[in-house]
Design a protein around this ligand. Sequence first.
Ligand code: 13P
Length: 250
Amino acid sequence: MSQTRTRLVMGNWKMHGSLVDNAALLGSLVSGAARAGDTQLAVCAPFPYLAQARQVLAATPISWGAQDVSVHDRGAYTGEVSAAMLADFGCTWVLCGHSERRALHGESSALVAAKAATALASGLAPVVCVGETLSDRDAGDAECVIGDQLEPVLALGADTLSRLVIAYEPVWAIGTGRTATPDQAQAIHAFIRAALVRHGAGQTRILYGGSVKAANASALFSQPDIDGALVGGASLVADEFLNIAAAVAQ
Ligand code: 13P
């Protein structure tokens, strides 16, 4: 892994948690944060819990963010949450285009790129998620699909790209217990890196996500183009999440 890209381990809580459960989880993360060494730690909480994340994490090295953002700045968009609102709650990060949003809410790659641009305009750092389905992979189309997902993001230009993070999450590895092998993940990360380099943003961080656990973290993070992890299920268990961060920090 490059020495110049700070490693990042981010939890995506998805639609899990409660005030009581989060208090315990966040408290344990704060107590154990030193185990992450120089690796940055972050959690992406459901919207209602951002105030709680801010309250617990404000004076700690752990940053927080949201799992989605509206493409609109303000207005009659019932149920939407703007980037400025997320900034108001101290968010550093926002996930854009998670595969569950693409699949379940029909988010297009153009919309995802527009959300990323909106987030950046409010001072948030978007984490743009890309990844192929199993049928894409079996058809030999993984790079083609990811290239298409990345295209409108790459078009935002080098300055923008240097301020965001890309997360490669193969859909077939999310929540399935089936992780990409380190070689499979590295191959796609190298493909994404090459595209970023062509657009003048070779130092943009690329996270891997999909059934990351403490047991497979070291092997994944020894790959040169894997700069950290976007962790779903294992991010709900403080010790497991910290063990992943500790593995990345080694
Ligand atoms: P799991 O770690 O539960 O496979 O989820 C990955 C993910 O979707 C993170 O955004």
